[in-house]
Design a protein around this ligand. Sequence first.
Ligand code: HEC
Ligand code: HEC
Length: 227
Amino acid sequence: MTIQMPTALRAATIAVSLSALAAFAASAFATTAAPVKGNAEAGATKAATCMACHGPNGNGSINPEWPALAGQGSGYIAEQVAAVKDGKRAVAQMMPIVQGLSAQDMADIGVYFAKQTPVGREADATNWAAGEKLYRNGDPTRAIPACMSCHGPAAKGNPAANYPALRAQHAVYTLKQLNDYAADARYTKDAKGKSQAPANAVMMQTISSRLTADERRSLASYIQGMR
Ligand code: HEC
Ligand code: HEC
């Protein structure tokens, strides 16, 4: 008994510190939006229906309005597919295709596309140099942060924070997103007319609304050629 008591006490102490650690880990998990756990092999099969629009291995099709997904962060992909499924991000032609997907399906598909290598594209000729300058430096006089600070020097994104990769994306698609953010049109409104844009998107709405139409075009041109 005299030996068992301290042992039991010690065990209790360890149990307490472990549960404190678990709580800490759980909160860290929740706030950093860790990539979803998916299976790339299962995802390859489930992604077959996506290729018609998003291209072989998700590398984009001939329609530049349909985004490439190859090399995009898995967590960001799953999050965006869920937003389309729930009617929060307006993509009419994709909505029926994703209705049957479970959270596990979205995770598997996300991991599959994240593992694909993006093909390089060339910057379109329209004034990409101005885009490069803004991408790298922003414009402090107008409170425009450098895009690089979140999307990375090579536009590979920040997967842990669900900041999307932008590199090698069709300029037409990128320009549409920048315009949609500025007009709060990427996400739908709820029944009360309130925008359903998530917090991450609100950041982009603020940033994009400070850019001129020409600047958005230059940025989209430059980003298309990044690799
Ligand atoms: C009929 C064509 C079509 C099909 C099929 C389709 N999509 Fe899409 N998808 C689109 C279009 C168009 C957009 C961009 C909409 C916009 O401009 O905002 C999009 C956007 C996306 C995005 C957001 C990309 C980004 O960078 O924000 C993801 C992720 C995505 N689709 C995943 C999928 C997955 C997964 C499937 C298969 C289960 C799929 N799509 C099937 C047309 C399609
Ligand atoms: C503070 C961090 C931050 C900065 C700075 C930032 N972005 Fe973003 N960007 C994000 C996040 C987060 C998202 C995803 C938003 C969402 O969920 O809709 C995003 C989304 C985007 C998208 C949509 C990508 C897709 O695949 O649909 C584009 C395009 C984009 N940003 C371009 C830019 C450009 C150009 C700049 C510089 C002028 C910039 N961003 C600066 C965080 C940032």
